[in-house]
Write a protein that binds this ligand. Structure first.
Ligand SMILES: O=C(O)C[C@H](O)C(=O)O
Length: 506
C-alpha cells in the first residue's frame, strides 16, 4: 500500500508543467536536428534552425518554448493499492491546483489561454485551469501520470471520420494533410487513433502522442506488425507531400507517426488524427509514496550545434516609414528584418474591432499605414519587456481581413501559416502583404521586441492590442501584393522535387 500526500501530487503536477514549458523532450530535439541536417529546402532549413536555437535558448533561460503554453491534458493511472493522505480535493481538483501553481509561478509565469463559456462570453479563467484529465484505475501501488501542455494551433487541426470497414486508412490520413495546412506548426508528429467508438478513437490519438519519437529506430529494424507497417507507410507518404517545416515546402513534415488501436464494431472503422506541433511538451512521472516527483534536466551540451542568424541578404524595413510603394517591391520568400512600431491583435480583438466598425464606432487604435502582428504574448518576468511572443495562426483572421484592410488603412499583417481564399483575395484587392514569423520560435522572436505596452482592450488579457517596438524582428514574405503565397508555391515545388529526387533514408 502506497500513501500519497495530496500536496506531493499537486507539487509534482506543477513541477512537471514548469519543466515541460522550457525543456523540449530530447527525442524531439534530436529528431528535428536530424531533419535539419538532411533538409534541402532553404526556407524549411531556416525555420528548423530557428526552432532549434529557440529550444536551447528556452532551456538556458527557463522561459516557455512557445507563447501558447497550452491546455493541460493528463492521463492519470491510479493503483488500486494507493491511499490518499490528507486529501480534501478530488484528483481532478488536485491536477487543477498543480496547473494553477505552475502557470502563476512568478519566476516563469506561463500564459493563461483557457476561456470558459466557449460558445458564449469566452472569458479567460486567468490561471489556465481547468485541465482535461483522463483516469484509469489499475492494479498496483503507484500513481502514474503522463502530462502534456497541448498547443491550440495543432489541436485545431485535429481530424475525425467514421470510415467504412473497407476504406483505406493510409489514403484517408494522407488526404487530410493538405487541408490541415501549416497552422499545426510542422515539423511535428501525427497521433492517430483507430477503432473503438467515435470518442475512443480521438482519445487514442491523443494518448499516442505521449510516446517518444522512434521512427528512425523503427525503420532501421523494420515493422513487426500491421500498426508499425501503417506508421511507416503514412510517415513516408506524408513527407512525400513536400509540405515541409511551417508549410514552406521541404523534405520533412512529420518526424513520427504514432498509432494506437482498439477493437471496434463490425460496421465501423472510426479514425482520428491529432497533430503535435513544434512545441511538443509532455513528460511522465510516477508517485510511490516517497514524496514529490523529480525531473532530470537535459544537458545543454546535448543540444545540436545550430545557432540561427538572419540571412546575410535579409532586407531591413523601418515600419515607421514603410510605404505601399515599398511593400509592392517585396517578393514571396524574401526575408525581412522589421524595426519600429508594430501593433498586435488576434482573435478576440479582431472580433471586437469588426463589430465596432459594423456599428460605425471609431477604433481605439489608428491602423492607417501600419502593420499588425497576430500574437498573444506571455507576460514578462524579471527584466523582460514581454515574454515569448511567437505568431498565432493567421488563417483564423481571414474572415476579418477584408474589413480591416478596407476600413482601417492597415497595410500588412504578420502571423504564421497559410491564408485562406478570402484572406488572399482581400490581400490582393487592397495591395497589402502578409509576412510570417516562425511558430515554435517564440522566445527567439521576443528578443527582437524592445518595448511593449497595451494600447487597447486590456480586458482581453493576452488578446489585448499591444504596441511593440521591434528591432530586427525576423520575418518572411508569405503573400505579396499580388496574392501569391509561399504556402502554395513551396509545397508544390517540393512535392515535385521529392518525386524526382531520391529521398534520403532516415
Ligand atoms: O495561441 C497561440 O498563441 C497560437 C496558437 O497555438 C496557434 O498555433 O494558432
Amino acid at each position: 500500500m502506497a500513501i500519497i500526500r495530496q500536496q506531493d501530487f499537486i507539487d509534482s503536477i506543477a513541477d512537471a508543467l514548469q519543466f515541460i514549458s522550457y525543456y523540449h523532450p530530447q527525442d524531439y530535439v534530436q529528431a528535428v536536428a536530424a531533419a535539419y541536417q538532411r533538409e534541402e529546402s532553404p526556407a524549411a532549413k531556416d525555420a528548423m534552425a530557428q526552432i532549434l536555437t529557440n529550444s536551447r535558448m528556452c532551456a538556458m533561460g527557463k522561459r516557455p518554448i512557445c507563447q501558447d503554453t497550452g491546455i493541460v491534458v493528463a492521463f492519470v493511472r491510479i493503483g488500486m493499492d494507493v491511499r490518499w493522505e490528507d486529501a480534501t480535493m478530488s484528483v481532478t481538483e488536485m491536477v487543477n491546483a498543480g496547473v494553477r501553481k505552475a502557470y502563476l509561478l512568478p519566476d516563469n509565469v506561463l500564459r493563461a489561454s483557457i476561456v470558459s463559456e466557449p460558445a458564449g462570453r469566452r472569458k479567460n479563467t486567468g490561471d489556465n485551469t481547468p485541465a482535461v484529465v483522463h483516469f484509469e484505475v489499475v492494479p498496483g501501488d503507484r500513481v502514474d501520470v503522463r502530462i502534456a501542455a497541448k498547443g491550440g494551433g495543432s489541436e485545431n487541426k485535429s481530424r475525425f471520420a467514421m470510415l467504412n470497414p473497407g476504406d483505406d486508412v493510409v489514403e484517408w490520413v494522407v488526404n487530410q494533410l493538405p487541408g490541415m495546412g501549416a497552422g499545426w506548426c510542422p515539423p511535428g508528429q501525427l497521433g492517430i487513433g483507430i477503432g473503438g467508438t467515435a470518442e475512443k478513437a480521438l482519445l487514442l490519438a491523443k494518448e499516442s502522442l505521449m510516446e517518444d519519437i522512434d521512427m528512425t529506430a523503427l525503420k532501421a529494424r523494420g515493422a513487426k506488425n500491421r500498426i508499425e507497417e501503417l506508421r511507416i507507410e503514412i510517415y513516408d507518404k506524408v513527407n512525400a507531400l513536400g509540405i515541409g517545416a511551417q508549410g514552406l515546402g521541404g523534405l520533412t513534415t512529420v518526424l513520427d507517426v504514432k498509432i494506437l488501436d482498439y477493437p471496434t464494431h463490425a460496421a465501423s472503422k472510426p479514425i482520428a488524427i491529432i497533430p503535435n506541433c513544434a512545441a511538443t511538451r509532455h513528460v511522465h512521472f510516477e508517485l510511490d509514496g516517497h514524496g514529490v516527483a523529480s525531473f532530470t534536466p537535459p544537458n545543454i551540451a546535448d543540444y545540436p550545434d545550430v545557432h540561427w542568424h538572419p540571412a546575410a541578404d535579409a532586407r531591413r524595413v523601418n515600419l515607421d516609414t514603410v510605404t505601399r510603394a515599398d511593400i509592392a517591391q517585396w517578393k514571396p520568400g524574401d526575408t525581412l528584418l522589421l524595426s519600429g512600431k508594430l501593433l498586435t491583435g488576434r482573435d478576440a480583438a479582431h472580433k471586437r474591432m469588426v463589430e465596432m466598425l459594423a456599428k460605425g464606432e471609431k477604433l481605439p487604435v489608428d491602423f492607417n499605414g501600419r502593420f499588425i502582428y497576430y500574437v498573444g504574448p506571455v507576460d514578462p518576468v524579471r527584466d523582460e519587456v514581454v515574454g515569448p511572443a511567437g505568431p498565432t495562426t493567421a488563417t483564423r483572421m481571414d474572415k476579418f481581413t477584408e474589413t480591416m484592410l478596407a476600413q482601417t488603412g492597415l497595410i500588412g499583417m504578420v502571423g504564421k501559416a497559410e491564408r485562406g481564399k478570402t484572406g488572399l483575395e482581400a490581400i490582393k484587392k487592397h495591395g497589402a502583404v502578409y509576412l510570417i514569423a516562425i511558430g515554435g520560435a517564440a522566445y527567439l522572436v521576443a528578443q527582437a521586441i524592445k518595448a511593449a505596452k497595451v494600447v487597447a482592450f486590456a480586458d482581453l488579457g493576452m488578446e489585448a492590442i499591444y504596441e511593440f517596438v521591434v528591432q530586427d524582428m525576423p520575418v518572411t514574405v508569405a503573400v505579396d501584393v499580388n496574392g501569391t503565397s509561399v504556402h502554395e508555391t513551396g509545397p508544390k515545388e517540393w512535392q515535385g522535387r521529392i518525386a524526382g529526387i531520391p529521398v534520403k533514408v532516415v
